[in-house]
Design a protein around this ligand. Sequence first.
Ligand code: NAD
Length: 409
Amino acid sequence: MRLFGQGRAALVGDPATAERLGWGTRRRSRPDPELILSPREGDPRREPWVAPPWYRPALRLETLRHGPARQPHWTYLTAAPGVARDLARLAAPPDPRGFSVGLAGLGRVGGVAATVLAAAPSRVSGIRELVIHDVDAANQQRWLLELGSIARWQGRGELPLVRAAGPREIFERCDAFLFAATDGVPPLGTRGEVRMVQLAPNRAILRGFLAEARRAAFAGLFLIVSDPVEWLAQSVFFDSNSDRQGRFVGDGLAPERIAGLGLGVMWARALAAARRRGWSETVARAGAAYGPHSKEVVAFDDVARPDRTRSERLSRAARECNFKVRDLGHLPYVGPGVSSVGLMLPPLLAGREALASVFVDGVYFGAPARLTWGLYPTGRRMADEVWTALAGLHARLRARARALDLLWE
Ligand SMILES: NC(=O)c1ccc[n+]([C@@H]2O[C@H](COP(=O)([O-])OP(=O)(O)OC[C@H]3O[C@@H](n4cnc5c(N)ncnc54)[C@H](O)[C@@H]3O)[C@@H](O)[C@H]2O)c1
């Protein structure tokens, strides 16, 4: 078996890509590679560009109800030019000191998320530094002072270093980027949709960040916290990989390196309802939430054996809690900052299962997922009615993506 590349990753059976990367035949003196990658046929507009052995992109949405695969190698698509940058990054050894995380947008949600991340010791969170940025200089300085005032008295373990930087440095230095900025959250008293109205202005803000990401050849994780979570994630993938005419080029961010963080708070809201009724033990063990950070999210008390009434209650709690907080005269941001980001990011970065909106068959879909280079949904045994609900929801989201001009077909 002829391998190419001298680093922790090696290619097999693809001299053309190896040449593009400048990876020569692997020398016999080199130790065995940690991962072997072979080329795969597939559609880069619809599938992850790089996939680990446990993930089978060809299963598309079916991956949600299948256990992990045991394929011999990692696989990658040759059709997307951007994949070369990702393979080079994958071959580089991870920084043993932990992750550098950039965060843009220090508002209510971003501020709470930053607080939780800044208060967790690096050896627990895996985060060595938090690089913060806000367009409002006084607000950025205020958060630098506030987060810098978080310390323990003789506690064990260093807290992450917090410093401020602009987008350029964030994309040059960070392993993961969190986008929590917004042009504006609809004020209290707004009736109806409070998330979708943010799509055009927040997508416009993201364009500036995408330009910096491109300039820096950023191959880190691009994580969306702002609303509408899934559609902003979709527009990041779409905008970073389109030419001026909106045609697919495929030299931007890989879809599996983009994700949305909004399902955590939905699950927390469902779990709170279960706790009030005394069901939380089963729900925490066997339940899950799926779908978007919106009124369409679905929660199940037990994915393999769902109780319809209980699941409807949990879904309703997940969908409606934000309006209850608004009706009390406050914008909801503590639960979101803590559950979607502060408590979600460390296990996610550590490669444990987390809740995130990840790329499944062409659109971003909230599901339990795992980071193994990219973020991929983790399948589990599920009842037919759960599968039917998820397949229907996914089809509606695909149709909406098309209507929003966020698909290339
Ligand atoms: N994912 C979730 O779980 C979840 C839950 C609730 C709300 N949200 C969403 O999170 C987003 C933030 O909400 P919020 O209440 O914190 O808003 P906010 O108005 O309190 O804060 C927004 C911050 O973004 C900053 N900002 C604006 N433009 C910027 C730019 N170009 N670069 C850097 N910073 C910029 C502003 O200065 C401000 O500090 C909203 O879209 C909101 O709907 C997400």
